[in-house]
Ligand binder design. Sequence first.
Ligand code: ATP
Ligand code: SF4
Ligand code: MG
Length: 333
Amino acid sequence: MPLLSVDELTVTFGGQGRKSNAVNGVSFDVDQGQVIGLVGESGCGKSVTSLALMGLLPRKGVEVGGRADFDGVNLLTMSQNEIRDMRGSQLAMIFQDPLSSLNPVIPIGIQVTEILQRHRGLKGEPARKEAAALLEKVGIPDPTRRLKEYPHQMSGGMRQRALIAMAVACAPRLLIADEPTTALDVTIQAQILELLKELVDQEGTALLMITHDLGVVAGLCDQVNVLYAGKVVESAGRRELFKHPTHPYTHGLLGSIPRLDAPRGEALSPIRGSINDRIAWADGCAFAPRCDRYELDCLSGPPGLSHPRAADHQVRCLHPVPQSTQPTEEVPA
Ligand SMILES: Nc1ncnc2c1ncn2[C@@H]1O[C@H](COP(=O)(O)OP(=O)(O)OP(=O)(O)O)[C@@H](O)[C@H]1O
Ligand code: SF4
Ligand SMILES: [Mg+2]
C-alpha cells in the first residue's frame, strides 16, 4: 500500500453561482523513500492540491472532495485537531516563500526548538543542541550563532535551509515541497535539491515535489505527474516522460525549454495561449483551445486515461503524440 494515495481530489472555491474548480480530480500515489513530481504551469492547481493535503485550506467557502489516504487514513475527513497533530509529526511542508513562512519577530533558534519541544519532547539545552545539529545538517555554517538570528538577518538560501531544518526536525514521513527553490539562485537551488535528495535517501522520507521547473523534475523525481487545469494529464517515470512525452501539453512543455543538444540558433517553440484559454473538463479536453492535435471528438467529454506506450505511463488524450515525433532528450541519471 502506498504511504499516500490521492484519489480523485477536487477543490472548488466560491459559493452558489460563482464556483471555480481549482483541482478537478487529481490522483497519484507516493511511496516511502520516493520522490514524486507534480509539475505544470502557474495556476494549474499545484499549491491548492498541496494545501488540501495538509488541511491548510480555509474550511469556509471551499469544497474538498475525493480521498487522500495517508497510511490508510483519509486526511481530507480529519478534524482540525487531528490534522494539526499529523502536521509536523507525520507531514511537513516547505513553502515557496521562506520569509512568509517564518515568524519575523522570533529568532530562528526558538522557532526550531519550539518544533523539537512540540514533536519530540526536547527542552532546554538538549533542544538547543539538536537545533544547532539540524542547522549544521542543512549546511548552515556557524549554527550556534545563527540560532540567535532573526529571519531578516539571513539570506534567502539560508532561510530556505532553516525551513528545511524545521521540516526535518520532526522527521516527517511525507514532505511536501512547494516550489522550494524558485526564489533562489541556481547554485543555492542545486544545494537545496541535493539536501532534499539526502533526506529521502537517508531517512526514507516520501517527497512530493511541486514545481513548474522541468529541470528540477529531471534531476530529482522518480515519477512525474503533469498537471493541467487541475487534472493529471500524463504520469510516467522521469526517464520515460523525458524520452517519450506523449501528451501534447507535456510535449509542448519540453519543446519550450532550452536544450543543450539543440542545433545552434534553433528557436524555442512555446505553447500558444495561456492556461486561461481553456474549457471546462466536463465539456471536453481543457487543453483543446491550445492544442495542435485537436480534433472534433476532443470536445465530446473529458478524455479518460489510457496507456498508449506502457502500463505505468498514463496519458489523458484522444490523439497522443506519435512516437516518430518524440524528442530524444538526454535525461540525467
Ligand atoms: N483562495 C482562493 N480562492 C479562489 N481561487 C483560488 C484561491 N486560491 C487559488 N485559487 C485558484 O486556483 C487555481 C490554482 O491555483 P494554485 O495556487 O494551486 O496554482 P499553482 O499551480 O500553484 O500556480 P503557481 O505556479 O503560480 O504557484 C488558480 O486558478 C487560482 O486562481
Ligand atoms: S484530447 Fe484532443 S485537445 Fe486534448 S490534448 Fe489530446 S488531442 Fe489535444
Ligand atoms: Mg503555487
